[in-house]
Design a protein. Structure first.
Length: 456
């Protein structure tokens, strides 16, 4: 491993340059005008993988955006690891809040800034760079490795499940490694062992056939914006609990041992709160902040639209209003079930005088890793070697639908190996990646391959 890690050290700057080049492609999967950029993005990655001597490199088309597949299968008798990542990125709005342009990566204060540097292009390249280190020094990987990098994670991975069914034989592996998560904190090597799921709906509230003059009709017909505001106000009680009937029915409670493990982590709540800019913490009564953001379900209004939004005043009763609502789910909640219950609640609490329609946008199932499987101890050893510190288990409040999909499809454990930070602005302006974490992440991946090879 000495030659491999020395190569990683010697190529530290170039690995950053490679990330800068890839981040310049504006691969926003939610915006149709960027569809050609997603194709160019996939082709860029495929070219890099071909240069590393992969036995196969293919771009797999889908009804949406393409995925990239590659494999190195030259280690007979050794385990096979499937690495997952995604090459699409979030929108950049509001653009005026970016300190530097989102697709012109900048280096400041030991960090690289730009859309996609951590979510998820940097984390994909961590594996690409680790593969390169083995190929360029010892000539081959110590294990068999497959990689799939999809282009639709930021829009719900709608086509991934079908792609997996079609390519089931290609994706067969002993273990799965997902690199799209964050570390617990700076310099703390972490393995994520749980992800929340997601149910995302949009509620539409319609009133009059067209906008009405508020003087001529105000007091005679119900304002859809007012109605929607009242409906949203019914979603939580004073203790922060969701009031949708049946919302907590399937929730798997934290065990006493799990609560002790979470409490033992070096969590600085004051620093965490400072990083958010919020004046105080808030959430479900009876649980700590870490428990609430990792292992308890939530319901949030992500956006509201309705009525006049321009400069100045316009006195109207809007014809319609809408709100986007997301629920983060925990084991054993199901997104379809929660979406149905949410729709029923909105229709039940809607006042007379408006029509309500609830549209399901997308969802994903939660995941909890089988941490008693030997591969998790192997991964902990690998991370500890790279960082020189003890590795901890943690959970992540976000959702990666692919993880549960592939875990159920393969029956294999998924290692959630991430090197971002909780305050990295992954879905906000000024996304960043710590350059030391990027470098140590590459070493962690290399040590992981080496440690897994010893499991044969």
């Amino acid at each position: 491993m000495q030659d491999v890690t020395s190569y990683i050290d010697a190529n530290r700057k170039r690995f950053v340059d490679d990330l800068i080049e890839w981040v310049r492609i504006p691969a926003i999967s939610s915006d149709p005008k960027h569809k050609p950029d997603l194709v160019r993005n996939a082709e860029h990655l495929a070219a890099a993988l071909r240069a590393l001597g992969a036995g196969r490199v293919e771009i797999w088309p889908t009804p949406g955006h393409p995925a990239v597949f590659a494999e190195w299968m030259k280690s007979p008798g050794k385990p096979t690891l499937l690495v997952y990542g995604h090459h699409d990125v979030q929108p950049v709005d509001p653009l005026n809040e970016w300190i530097s342009p989102p697709f012109e990566p900048a280096i400041r204060n030991g960090r690289i800034w730009g859309r996609g540097v951590v979510d998820d292009k940097g984390q994909v390249l961590i594996h690409v760079n680790a593969i390169e280190a083995f190929v360029r020094t010892v000539g081959a990987l110590p294990i068999n490795l497959k990689m799939i990098v999809e282009g639709e994670e930021e829009i719900g991975s709608d086509n991934l499940e079908n792609l997996m069914r079609q390519r089931e034989r290609d994706l067969t592996a002993d273990f799965v490694c997902v690199s799209d998560t964050a570390m617990f904190g700076r310099g703390i090597p972490s393995l994520c062992v749980g992800l929340r799921g997601l149910a995302y709906v949009e509620v539409h509230v319609d009133g009059p056939a067209t906008d009405l003059h508020s003087g001529s009709f105000g007091g005679g017909v119900l304002n859809p914006v007012n109605a929607l505001a009242k409906m949203i106000a019914t979603l939580h009680d004073e203790d922060g609990r969701v009031t949708v009937p049946g919302f907590y029915e399937a929730v798997r409670a934290l065990t006493d041992a799990e609560r002790r493990e979470i409490a033992a982590l070096p969590f600085d709540e004051k620093e965490w709160l400072r990083s958010t800019g919020a004046p105080a913490t808030w959430g479900e009564k009876g649980f700590t902040t870490l428990e609430r953001i990792w292992a308890r379900p939530t319901l949030d209004c992500c956006g509201i639209s309705g009525g006049f939004q321009g400069e100045g005043a316009k006195t109207i009763i809007p014809a319609r209003a809408s709100a986007k609502v997301s629920c983060r789910l925990v084991p054993d909640q199901e997104p379809d079930d929660i979406s149905r219950k949410l729709a029923a609640h909105f229709k039940r609490v809607a006042p007379p005088g408006v029509r309500v329609r609830v549209e399901t946008l997308h969802g994903g199932r939660p995941y909890l890793a089988p941490t008693d499987h030997p591969v998790f101890e192997v991964a902990k050893r690998a991370f500890t070697k790279a960082f020189g510190k003890e590795t901890v288990f943690m959970r992540e409040g976000g959702s990666i639908p692919f993880v549960r999909t592939i875990a159920d499809a393969t029956g294999k454990p998924c290692l959630l190996m991430g090197f971002g930070q909780p305050d990295e602005n992954a879905h906000a302006p000024n996304e960043w990646l710590d350059l030391d974490n990027y470098h140590l992440g590459i070493k962690s991946a290399a040590y992981l391959y080496d440690e897994i090879s010893r499991m044969a």
